[in-house]
Design a protein around this ligand. Structure first.
Ligand SMILES: [Zn+2]
Length: 99
């Protein structure tokens, strides 16, 4: 079960304070006790609500979820706006060059 439950109004206040100091909020991260980390519905809704209420020039926020087998199994990465949910698939990096 995911315990990630940000207080959206507080988070957006912090985002605005940092923005006024020239810093842009890119997104959030948290952990799941899962072998393969997967964002919960609550994670997605909370991030979308945060983006909806934030003052930002960015087109969306990123969300990273780190699982219990990190770094053997990489974290999940999602891109979210009010209407877009994009989950990026990971692949194992074998350390070899791509040239
Ligand atoms: Zn979560």
């Amino acid at each position: 079960m995911c315990r990630y439950a940000p207080e959206v109004n507080t988070e957006n206040k912090e985002i605005m304070e940092m923005y006024e100091r020239g810093m842009h909020f890119l997104g959030d991260w948290h952990t799941h006790y899962q072998k393969i980390p997967t964002p919960s519905r609550q994670d997605i809704v909370a991030t979308q609500r945060c983006y909806h209420g934030a003052i930002t020039e960015l087109p969306g926020f990123l969300m990273i979820v780190v699982g219990k087998n990190f770094p053997e199994i990489p974290c999940s990465l999602s891109y979210l706006t009010e209407s877009v949910i994009e989950h990026f698939k990971y692949r194992q990096f074998d350390g070899a060059g791509t040239d």
